[in-house]
Design a protein around this ligand. Structure first.
Ligand code: BGC
Length: 513
């Protein structure tokens, strides 16, 4: 080999070494980056851990806070709002009633025909419409005018086909799923907005009046005779079908619960209620807080960036409005560590771009190569085709976030059961709770509504599993979680019917201590 040949060979060898060392270097860096990404997942798992012992602490905290919220106004982050609903539907309700259900991304109008016997809903028609985004942050007049004109169109369409006699007054149950301080069973003042609604001019106003005025502006002859929270509608429908229903939970865009409480346990208005017996209490559990809740840096950031910081802490860990965004934040964190996601996509920085139904679809993707995960990440977040190990990682993130949410919701439910002495432990000391042995035997039904529970199988399974773990194998079979489809809307029509038949069901304004 001549000199030139030797130089060439040496040059090639050096180049090969350089290429090899660059490749090795790159591989080492990738490995390290991958380890960091896995660490992000491990830290998430640790931060979101909900062992049964911790869930039991949440149960206890929920029961204690419920009690505190019943003792005095502002005594707890749980508002424990009075509803003035004493009479849950008995089954004797008869006639045709309307209801309007406003509370999430859609609103629904229903016309319900009741047959005068338990579980005898002859039929119901529903019109479902999305709320245009600009109306969620505009003025109350714009929002209610839009709703009232949809209501008018619906009534005209319905009554053309099924001849509602014009001499009958139309009665409307209004489901308004935000925190409301009720002044009677058909009126109340909006305390604050949640779930992305921000219509400042309405806070402090009477909700029924806003709707009633808009209905009159449209020239529609209809009276709002029940104003309820969606949880209360769900409880009403649950009770209509099954008298053992004592509580209702919504797990959808937002989350909340209500239950039937003894009037004498509502200490903050003792002596001021004129109707004896039980009353439905709207807990507004979305605002529950306890140091036992497993909170991560993602929750803290999400809260800080939300329109209602330091508010609705439990809701932000559980409900459909937020779960997708927690996942997005974790993926963003991971993508900062590993370029396999491609250059950090600007889409990934957009709050709420990964909606919870998409997150659920990724979580439940059962294709062998997680094709749907890849497709959602590509179409929603503009990620190039990402490798399978990263797809698996994303599914793990969805799993951790959903599992925590479902298990916390289960702990919340058991907290209610504990408060009313239906968890088999005898309840907390707040008066005359039933004995443990007797309550162990009682069949107890909790009505549930909301897309997260009804449409998301893994969420449902995690919630049910946690209920059994917390209650124990002996008690769990006597607690039945029952889905009440359209409960919030049909329940409002049932309560409008109940209000029409017992004019005593409302109590005038009470002074809260
Ligand atoms: C509201 C509740 C409502 C729940 C479920 C929460 O954001 O504050 O009033 O019941 O969402 O819709």
């Amino acid at each position: 080999m001549g000199k030139v040949g030797v130089k060439l060979a040496v040059g090639c060898a050096v180049a090969a070494c350089v290429v090899a060392s660059v490749m090795v270097g790159r591989r080492v860096r990738r490995k390290r980056a991958w380890r960091r990404v896995v660490k992000v997942l491990e830290e998430l798992e640790e931060g979101c851990a909900t062992p049964v012992a911790r869930l039991r602490q949440v149960v206890d905290a929920m029961a204690v806070e419920m009690h505190a919220g019943l003792v005095s106004e502002g005594g707890s982050k749980l508002k424990m709002l009075l509803t003035f609903v004493h009479n849950l539907p008995s089954g004797s309700e008869e006639g045709t009633y309307y209801s309007l259900d406003l509370g999430g991304t859609n609103f629904r109008i229903l016309r319900v025909q009741l047959g005068g016997q338990r579980s005898a809903i002859i039929g119901h028609d529903v019109d479902r419409q999305p709320i245009p985004q600009h109306l969620m942050t505009g003025t109350s007049e714009e929002l209610f005018d839009f709703i009232a004109s949809s209501l008018k169109d619906f009534v005209e369409r319905e009554e053309n086909v099924s001849e509602h006699s014009q001499s009958e007054r139309r009665e409307l149950g209004f489901t308004f799923s935000f925190p409301v301080k009720q002044t009677s069973s058909s009126s109340g003042i909006l305390i604050k907005w949640t779930k992305g609604f921000v219509i400042e001019d309405m806070v402090g106003s009477d909700v029924s009046e806003c709707l009633q005025q808009a209905i009159s502006r449209k020239g529609l002859d209809m009276r709002v005779n029940a104003l309820i929270n969606d949880t209360v509608g769900t409880l009403a429908l649950g009770h209509y079908h099954d008298e053992d229903t004592v509580a209702a939970v919504i797990i959808g865009t937002g989350t909340n619960a209500c239950y039937l409480e003894r009037a004498d346990a509502i200490i903050k208005c003792q002596g001021l209620l004129t109707t004896p017996g039980d009353m439905v209490v709207n807990m507004e559990w979305g605002n529950f807080w306890s140091s036992h809740l497993p909170r991560t840096s993602y929750d803290i950031d999400l809260d800080a960036d939300s329109p209602n910081p330091n508010d609705q802490g439990f809701e932000k860990m559980i409900s459909g409005m937020y779960l997708g965004d927690i996942v997005r934040r974790v993926i963003l964190r991971m993508s900062e560590e590993l370029d396999v996601f491609g250059p950090v996509s600007s889409k990934l920085q957009v709050p709420f771009i990964l909606r919870t139904p998409l997150m659920a679809a990724m979580h439940e993707d059962d294709t062998p190569d997680l094709r749907e995960v890849a497709q959602i990440l590509r179409e929603t977040l503009e990620f190039p085709d990402i490798p399978q190990n990263v797809r698996k990682l994303v599914v793990r993130v969805c799993d951790v976030v959903t599992r925590r949410a479902a298990r916390l919701a289960a702990a919340g439910i058991v907290g209610i059961l504990k408060k009313i002495g239906r968890d088999g432990s005898g309840g907390i000391a707040s008066g005359k709770n039933e004995g443990a042995s007797q309550s162990k035997m009682r069949r107890t039904v909790v009505a549930v509504e909301g897309g997260l529970y009804t449409n998301y199988t893994l969420f449902r399974e995690y919630l049910n599993e946690a209920m059994t773990q917390i209650l124990g194998e002996e008690i769990a079979p006597s607690v039945i979680v029952k889905v009440m489809e359209d409960g919030s809307g049909i329940g409002a029509a049932l309560l409008a019917a109940a209000a029409a038949s017992h004019s005593t069901s409302s109590v005038d304004t009470v002074q809260i201590l």
